[in-house]
Design a binder for this molecule. Structure first.
Ligand code: NAD
Length: 260
């Protein structure tokens, strides 16, 4: 159980982050959730987690493209709850274009949110974790942290960067009670992926279910999506005492995408 533990999950108003927040709250962790969206919707999510699991849940609207706000997200959780034991760096965005057409502004945004925010949050959380000699840093990378796809230059570069940063974090904390690991999901049916399915349907003039199948068939041999709840269970394992010697690992949950 994570009773008495405090978690910060970035990008947890939707998708995978919300699945992870639920899995940690279900085990008794107090939480800060973060991300964008309609304020009333977000309050419903916050209250829902608190009521369902009987834990304290705070919302922080930090924009993770801004280094100061990333660091302030960790500082605010420490101020409110007295500690951050579990840091889940999950917020991420996608943009798809060939390199020569890739807008420099989109490159900068993807690198800032998907990679630099992981660095800033980790740097902000480590001093407190070291002082308490306990911490779990869980970075949501991707199959694209291990292999590439065309037209995803910024995302693939950022996710490979996250896998590398996770290894450095694990080495720098190797003799402490802090662990750092990366989760590498394949396709998970979230708003981020739904946009790509809709784009395929429009481009190829096919139905939404046909586009879904096409997206899966191209990369994911299981032909099925992983779910936010399944990613949440893996994160909960990595946060547990049982995972104390899982360090610097990149764990795939990708329907055999990267087995090929
Ligand atoms: P999503 O779009 O459903 O959720 C992304 C979350 O990040 C939302 O809460 C959003 O509000 C938040 N966010 C976006 N920009 C932000 C910013 N500037 N500041 C703060 N929060 C911000 O996406 P998802 O599919 O759940 O993705 C979550 C993570 O999982 C990402 O890092 C993504 O790269 C990774 N991932 C997703 C898949 C997939 O198939 N869905 C696969 C592998 C990895």
């Amino acid at each position: 159980s994570f009773k008495g533990k405090v978690a910060v999950v970035s990008g947890s108003t939707s998708g995978i982050g919300l699945g992870i927040a639920g899995a940690l709250a279900a085990r008794g962790a107090a939480l800060t959730i973060n991300g964008f969206g309609d304020p009333a919707e977000i309050e419903k999510i916050r209250q829902g987690l608190a009521d369902t699991y009987g834990v304290e849940v705070a919302y922080d609207g930090a924009d993770l493209s801004k280094p100061d706000q990333v660091r302030a997200l960790v500082a605010a959780a420490e101020a409110r709850f007295g500690r951050v034991d579990i840091l889940v760096n999950n917020a991420g965005i996608q943009f798809v274009a060939p390199i020569e057409d890739f807008p420099a502004e989109r490159w900068d945004a993807v690198i800032a949110i998907n990679l630099s925010a992981v660095f800033h949050a980790t740097a902000a959380a480590l001093p407190g974790m070291k002082a308490r000699n306990f911490g779990r840093i869980i970075n949501i990378a991707s199959a694209h942290g291990l292999v590439a796809s065309a037209n995803k230059a910024a995302y693939v570069a950022a996710k490979h960067g996250v896998v590398g940063l996770t290894k450095v974090t694990a080495l720098e904390t190797a003799r402490t009670g802090i662990t750092a690991n990366a989760i590498c999901p394949g396709w998970v049916l979230t708003p981020l992926v739904q946009k790509q399915i809709d784009a395929i349907a429009a481009r190829d003039g096919i139905t939404e279910p046909e586009a879904r199948h096409k997206l899966l068939a191209e990369k994911q041999p299981s032909l099925d999506f992983a779910t936010p709840e399944q990613i949440g269970e893996l994160a909960a394992y990595l946060a547990s005492d049982a995972a104390a010697q899982v360090r610097g690992a990149s764990i795939s949950i990708d329907g055999a995408w990267t087995a090929q």
